[in-house]
Structures are given as structure tokens and as C-alpha cells.
Design a protein around this ligand. Structure first.
Ligand SMILES: *Cc1c(COP(=O)(O)O)cnc(C)c1O
Length: 442
């Protein structure tokens, strides 16, 4: 625009009015900061074409909470210290900014309040649109078969209409239970096939023992699969190994856990978490009831999301901006056991899964607080989840469990669908941005 004769000011205003920026995480590593020397290197000859000087350009991307705009620049590309902050830049040049859950909206407004010091925290112009998942992609085909029959053939077309999901109550309990059990068997068969491939490639018995070859479809199965970033706390459930051993090894009501995930190549803490999980998966004391599956990707995620009985999520609040894997599980009747953070604050209704506080650390209790959080987790498992799963009627199913499965589907499928999400972006942002763009053209 400047090349075609606009002033920088007019061009920046149009860009701003027609740009939507979504901030995705409060975790510092998720916000790129580039050193001034790098910006000089790559933008040095570009900045003059905008009709502004170096300092005016820098001002767009400098976080006032960092060191000011020095001539030399002290920023690092690793993200600490001053530099050109891409999030600050985007917030300043976008009229429509949002976080990805209600809670994340509050966290983001607090986090960036200093960019608008003249406003109250609740007036900081960052709203929220809660994430959603693509229902046609994440629904298991056998579960979809049940929906075809009991929700009617239009359910997929109409899947962001929550009233259609009330018909889930019509699915016979035994059918939902059996279809899910079949999914669990498919998942276990997949794990065993992967183990066979690994055996041929490596012939390393530990890798085979850790890959779930002793898994049993009759056993209550927890799933924990996501990136191994430290704040996701894959090891929270490993905090008290004696207690975990007692839960998993119970003679009448055993439990098994499948883990999967990758760490970022430069995240040593994340890699150590994987080593810890792997060590326990190989430990004979745990009886083959802990598995770690390598090469986590979308295909593996599909199997785990459809096949486990409970989806475990225990990040350190308030760092989980939304989380989406629990939504994928929820729409398939796999209830969520989660700390109150991200989307679960909006999603939990008291009957569709389990929730615990999980924010011991942020209450400033120091290290001991992880003990408090893991205590809550063990307590829910021992007192609620395990007994309910094994509370069988004369047909061999747990009616109380099926009730939670149904409630999980009913409460998540429409509201946490990406279709609802995209409509919300259109209503809140895109239509206004389009209007601004067409006004400017005229
Ligand atoms: C859904 C998904 C994620 C994101 O899960 P979170 O709950 O947001 O951590 C990551 N990886 C894969 C392969 C997924 O399918």
C-alpha cells in the first residue's frame, strides 16, 4: 500500500482493521522474540520502503515490560530478554484479538495489560473464542454408526445443533458399551502390532515390554497422549509409585495406562519425562500395565482417543490455553479426567467426567503442591472412577459408567465442535473485518 502511495499510517490502519490475531498459549516458549540484530539483518533495507524509521518500526514489536529500544539490541532468539516480540507486534496491528478459551482470555488480558496501561484489565481488547475439534475427523466410525441409527441420518450435517445430541439417550446402554469395548480391542491390537514391528527392528525386550503387549481389554484403561512439554505434567500420576502400583495391580479392579507423546528436540526436561515413563513401563513391578507408545502422531491419536476408557489431562494451571485432545475423546464417549484449566472449565458439568483443582503450585505452596495435586488425582481414581467402572449389572456392563459416556457425548459434541468455533469467528470477527475492508476499497 505504501508503494502505491498510501501513508504508513493509513496502510497500518487498514491492516489493523482487517486482521484477526489468535494468541494460543501463555507459555513463554510459545512467543517468538527476535533479536534487534536479526531484525536489522533481514528488515534493514525494507524498513525505509515503509516510510518510517528504524525506531518507529521497532516500537511496533517491543514489549514495554522488556528493556527499551536500545540501539544495539540485547534480545536473544531463544525468547528471553528484549527484542522484537511477534505477539506484541500482532496485538498492536490487529483490531480483532482473541484467546482460545474463556479462562485463557482472562489469562491473556492479565498477561498483556501493560500494553494498554490506560485501560482496566477487563477492557484489554483480547476476547476469547473457545477451540473446537473437527467432528467428522475425530468421530470413530463405529460410534458414528450408532449415531446414524439413533440420531437419524442428518446428525453429521447438523452436528453443531446441541438438541440433536439429546437423542444419545436413546442408544441402548449395552450397545454403546460393546462398541466402545470393540474400539479398545482395536487399540490393543494396534499396540501389539507396533510391538511386533519394533521387535523385528530392534530386538530390544524392554521396548517390547513397554509397548503394552500385556494390555487387557477387560481392564479400565487411562490414556495420556500429548506433547511432553513440562507444564503438561506427564509424571503427576507417577508421584507416589507405591500408591500407583496398588491402583494398577488391584486383583479385582485393575487399571492400565497408555502414554504417548514426543518432546520438542530442545526440551531436555520433556525428554526426561519420557525416560521416566519408559522406565516405569519396563519395570516388572508394574506388571505390564503401563505402556509408552512411540511416534505419537494423528493416526496414533485416533486409536488412543477412541480406545481408552478415560482421557487424563493434568497440566499446571493456568498454562493450558484450551487443550483439544479431551474434546476429541469426549465426543466419542471417552470421559475426561482433568484439572480445571483450559476448555474444561467451560466443558465440565458435574456429570460428564471428573474435575480436580490441580493448581497447587500456583497457590504458592512450593514443591509440596505437586503432592497435593497428585493426591487429588489418586483420590478420584480410587474412590470414584475405578469403583464405578467395575460396578457391573447382570449383563456385565456398568450403567453408571455408560451414563457418564452419554453425558460426555451430549455435552461436548456440538459445543466443542470446530463448526461452532468457525461460526463464532465469523460472527465476532470476520464479518466486521470484511466490512472494514470493503469500506476502504470504496
Ligand atoms: C489433538 C492433538 C494434539 C493436541 O492435544 P492437546 O490436548 O491440545 O495437547 C496434539 N497432537 C495430536 C497428534 C493431536 O491429535
Amino acid at each position: 500500500m505504501v508503494e502505491k502511495g498510501s501513508s504508513f499510517k493509513d496502510a497500518a490502519l487498514l491492516v489493523r482493521n482487517t486482521t484477526i490475531f489468535t494468541t494460543h498459549t501463555p507459555v513463554p516458549a510459545g512467543h517468538d522474540i527476535f533479536s534487534f540484530s536479526l531484525i536489522d539483518k533481514y528488515f534493514g533495507s525494507y524498513i525505509p520502503l515503509l516510510g518510517i524509521n528504524r525506531e518507529e518500526f521497532y516500537r511496533l514489536g517491543v514489549d514495554p515490560a522488556d528493556v527499551g529500544i536500545g540501539g544495539t539490541g540485547t534480545g536473544t532468539d531463544a525468547g528471553n530478554g528484549a527484542g522484537f516480540n511477534m505477539t506484541v507486534f500482532a496485538l498492536r496491528l490487529s483490531a480483532h484479538c482473541n484467546a482460545v478459551s474463556k479462562k485463557h482470555g482472562e489469562v491473556a488480558r492479565q498477561m498483556w495489560h501493560h500494553l494498554w496501561p490506560q485501560l482496566g484489565e477487563e477492557e484489554v481488547p483480547i476476547g476469547h473464542i473457545t477451540n473446537g475439534v473437527h467432528v467428522p475427523t475425530w468421530i470413530d466410525s463405529r460410534i458414528a454408526g450408532l449415531f446414524n441409527r439413533y440420531l437419524g441420518p442428518t446428525w453429521l450435517n447438523d452436528h453443531d445443533n446441541s438438541s440433536i445430541w439429546q437423542l444419545v439417550d436413546d442408544i441402548p446402554e449395552g450397545k454403546l458399551w460393546m462398541v466402545h469395548r470393540l474400539q479398545k480391542m482395536v487399540m490393543i491390537a494396534m499396540m501389539q502390532e507396533k510391538a511386533r514391528q519394533r521387535w523385528k527392528e530392534h530386538a530390544n525386550p524392554n521396548i517390547i515390554l513397554a509397548s503394552g503387549i500385556m494390555f487387557d481389554p477387560n481392564t479400565l484403561t487411562l490414556g495420556f497422549a500429548r506433547r511432553f512439554a513440562s507444564y503438561k505434567r506427564a509424571n503427576l500420576i507417577l508421584k507416589d509409585l507405591q500408591r500407583l502400583k496398588a491402583i494398577l495391580g488391584h486383583t479385582k479392579m485393575p487399571v492400565q495406562i497408555v502414554f504417548a507423546g514426543k518432546a520438542h528436540p530442545s526440551d531436555d526436561a520433556g525428554k526426561q519425562l519420557i525416560q521416566q515413563v519408559f522406565g516405569i513401563a519396563c519395570d516388572p513391578d508394574f506388571g505390564g500395565r503401563v505402556a509408552f507408545i512411540e511416534d505419537y502422531n494423528e493416526e496414533l491419536a485416533q486409536h488412543l482417543i477412541h480406545g481408552v476408557d478415560v482421557w487424563l489431562n493434568n497440566p499446571q494451571p493456568p498454562f493450558e490455553a484450551s487443550g483439544t485432545s479431551g474434546m476429541k475423546a469426549g465426543i466419542n464417549g471417552v470421559p475426561h479426567l482433568s484439572v480445571m484449566d483450559g476448555w474444561w472449565i467451560e466443558g465440565y458439568n458435574g456429570a460428564n467426567g471428573w474435575a480436580f483443582d490441580g493448581d497447587g503450585n500456583s497457590k504458592g505452596n512450593g514443591n509440596g503442591s505437586e503432592d497435593k495435586d497428585s493426591e487429588e488425582l489418586y483420590h478420584i481414581l480410587e474412590k470414584q472412577i475405578v469403583p464405578l467402572y467395575y460396578d457391573r449389572d447382570e449383563t456385565g456392563i456398568s450403567p453408571g459408567w455408560v451414563k457418564i459416556m452419554k453425558e460426555s457425548i451430549k455435552s461436548t459434541a456440538a459445543r466443542f465442535s470446530s463448526r461452532r468455533m468457525v461460526k463464532e469467528y465469523a460472527d465476532k470477527f470476520y464479518q466486521e473485518a470484511l466490512r472494514q475492508a470493503s469500506e476502504t476499497v470504496q
